[in-house]
Design a protein around this ligand. Structure first.
Ligand code: NAP
Length: 277
């Protein structure tokens, strides 16, 4: 590790957020983590009396975010790295899934992350340094049936991250969208929101997908602690990437998608070019 930093990580009660916080603390960094209950707050602060600080925040409490960030900057100190990790997966066939479920998915995974960035940026811009990590997903590049709202939210966060990176690079602020494959967290377990089935036409396509995801939960390929180490390496880097895939499943699927996309672009090139002039 090069120097001790202060990280602000949303959602440190479990999964990637917890693993990253633990690894960062072990490396001598200070971590401010957001949680959603008094129990989670206590459990997080128990990780290190002088270096682990918890704040209660639901990232959809948009009115509260600016105040929480201001208080952290004033009482704990300058935040060097913001990690927008808080998020969850919605699973459901699109036609069956109420718009309400989509709004909630975007409120947490997209609007919450953007609100955090908007609250942090004035401080980072003033200091002319900072790093923002947005935890997206391989589902921000590739898609599969049954997670339209989730993929939509992660595609959105990938796009927003990339644009923001271009806007704030002149101020010495880096933005990295971190896209993990399947990891052993609570994502497909207690955290997942599953819309109940209602249209029999989708049974053959979707039932096996839902069943397979439930069975695989807890046995995914990726180790969150290893993801945490990879993220700490990115945080330490002098030239962090704008996108980072984590896991060989993500690597394979995203490469496949890019190859197929390039082939489709070639197939339709004449039509594409026909609209000029
Ligand atoms: P997790 O173990 O379920 O952790 C999710 C964390 O986000 C929890 O701390 C949770 O807090 C918090 N959170 C959820 N909604 C929130 C809200 N409205 N406000 C504040 N905090 C909230 O799952 P995880 O896999 O570590 O998820 C972390 C991120 O990784 C998510 O953005 C997820 O989409 C992404 N991701 C996961 C995988 C995977 O395979 N695991 C793959 C790609 C991307 P509570 O304990 O209070 O619910």
């Amino acid at each position: 590790m090069s120097s001790s930093k202060t990280l602000l990580i949303t959602g440190v009660s479990s999964g990637f957020g917890r693993a990253l916080a633990q690894e960062a603390l072990a490396c001598g960094h200070r971590v401010v983590g957001t949680v959603r209950s008094a129990e989670a707050r206590q459990s997080f602060e128990a990780l290190g009396a002088t270096h682990a600080f918890a704040r209660i925040l639901d990232v959809t409490d948009f009115e509260a975010i600016d105040g929480v960030v201001a208080e952290i900057e004033a009482d704990i100190g300058a935040v060097d790295v913001l990690v927008n990790n808080a998020g969850y997966g919605h699973e459901g066939v699109m036609e069956e899934s109420p718009l309400e479920d989509m709004r909630r998915q975007f409120d947490v995974n997209v609007f919450g992350a953007v609100a955090m960035m908007k609250a942090m940026l004035p401080y980072m811009r003033r200091r002319r340094r900072g790093h923002i990590l947005n935890i997206t997903s391989m589902g921000g590049f590739i898609t599969m049936p049954g997670i339209a709202y989730y993929c939509g939210s992660k595609f959105a966060l990938e796009g927003i991250s990339e644009v923001l990176g271009k806007e704030v690079r002149p101020f010495g602020i880096a933005v990295t969208a971190v896209a993990p494959g399947s990891f052993r967290t609570d994502w497909a377990g207690r955290s997942m929101v599953r819309t109940p089935r209602s249209i029999a036409d989708y049974d053959a396509l979707f039932d096996p997908i839902r069943e397979a995801r439930e069975k695989k939960s807890g046995r995914q390929l990726g180790d969150p602690l290893k993801a945490a180490r990879a993220m700490l390496a990115i945080i330490d880097s002098d030239s962090p990437p704008s996108h980072l895939l984590l896991g060989s499943d993500a690597l394979g699927l995203v490469r496949e998608k890019l190859t197929a996309a390039a082939a489709e672009i070639d197939t339709w090139e004449t039509v594409t070019r026909s609209t000029d002039g």
